[in-house]
Design a protein around this ligand. Sequence first.
Ligand SMILES: Cc1cc2nc3c(=O)[nH]c(=O)nc-3n(C[C@H](O)[C@H](O)[C@H](O)COP(=O)(O)OP(=O)(O)OC[C@H]3O[C@@H](n4cnc5c(N)ncnc54)[C@H](O)[C@@H]3O)c2cc1C
Length: 456
Amino acid sequence: MSKPQPSITQPTTTLHLFSRDLRLDDNPALLQACQSERLLCVYCVDRRWFRAERYQTRAMGALRWQFLRQSLEALQQQLAKRGQTLLVVHGEPTQQLARLIQLYSVDQLSCGHTVGYDERHSLQQLKARFPRLHLCETDNYTLFDQQQLPFSITELPDSYSKFRRQVEQLSVNTPLAAPDLLPPPPPLLQSQDKLPSLSPGFDQHSDFNGGESAAWQHMQHYFASNAPGHYKATRNALDGWQNSSKFSPWLNSGCLSVRRLLATLQQYEARHGANDSTQWLYVELLWREYFQWLALKQGVSLFRFRGLRNQPPLTSFYPEQFTRWCQGTTPWPLVNACMNELRRTGYLSNRGRQIVASALVNELQLDWRYGAAWFEQQLVDYDVAVNWGNWQYIAGVGVDPRGGRHFNLDKQTSQFDPDGTYRKHWAGNSTPAPLYSRDASDWPVLPGKHSPTPRQ
Ligand SMILES: Cc1cc2nc3c(=O)[nH]c(=O)nc-3n(C[C@H](O)[C@H](O)[C@H](O)COP(=O)(O)OP(=O)(O)OC[C@H]3O[C@@H](n4cnc5c(N)ncnc54)[C@H](O)[C@@H]3O)c2cc1C
């Protein structure tokens, strides 16, 4: 029989584990932690992120690390203004947290509710090891709290449309202001771990700067423009800063609360009037929401080859073809341009992501998980639930009842890059090499043989 959880009215020392909530604004988990007498603010850098373990890729690429580092430095400064400090520890998260819990006699651990499988597993291990530790998980990454959903997670609708119909009229909690004051850190706190440095000489230009104030700046700029009013018409474009909102890196690192973003969108609608475009932005945020809850329901099957449908796609693995897809040297200039943009900037439009994912799955007939893992390494806005969920969707192993998605490359090229500007900008035409130049050990599967029916 499991022991009852001790009830704690006022915890003495709370460890707040920052994770995908790198902000002070609208952070209910942090506010909860402020009830404590002492507060230890912690972020854990998992060294495994930087090793190429699965699928020959790393969980953390250089550009997201740069963004994350900037976000941590900005958070550090915000905390310092309130007499606090951010302890950045390095290593295996469960071990590091266990060490801190013991060292600082922590009696409460607060954190944002996470849907990530590894993170959930780590919390379970800590719970088992410290039965008296009060674990306080709060939803601070999603629009809705889990208990607001009109169904249990096991009964989550099996399609996005059904989900959307059931939740779009629900009210979203008003975002909470940042705390003015924070409890002091425990006196034992000695030296602060240093943020590991970036690779020598690494200082790449990026359009995305990490941190809460950079997120607010971007949000204010976006809603001061007329872009939200045209979003639906422009969101599918391959290039162009204001064609889509570009909120994803800040949302997914937690520099920006999705509830704050929605409240700002609603203010915009109050000033300028709601239209199809402003409503569509909400529709997209609901996609993000759906994938979060879906990941929680799916657990480890989010990463399985057979996916949620338990259906193995027809694939084989050709290392050379995968490398050429990653490096943008396939026979398809549009795919190459997209992959070049992704490699150089850490960002790719939604249309671009769909096109290259479809090419990997359908034209190259490779294992979709390699594509998902490459995105994980490259994307500045990587989100475990959204990325793996979208890949499952395109590979036809996700929840979508219509099966996979096959984007016709000629059609996509003439529709989205008719004059070749995008391909020229990202050097998509520079290496038009034929694909099947290999021997029997790397035997090709002819395109189209097992492909789902091509769709737009
Ligand atoms: C194969 C594949 C992998 C993807 N991986 C990721 C990922 O790791 N992280 C990520 O944030 N998005 C991912 N997306 C979704 C989408 O491409 C990005 O969210 C979007 O391009 C980000 O740019 P934006 O903020 O300008 O989007 P906008 O078009 O302005 O949309 C606003 C917000 O809505 C959400 N959103 C938009 N499109 C989607 C979508 N298709 N699914 C879920 N949420 C969406 C995002 O939070 C986005 O910031 C992926 C899509 C595909 C096809």
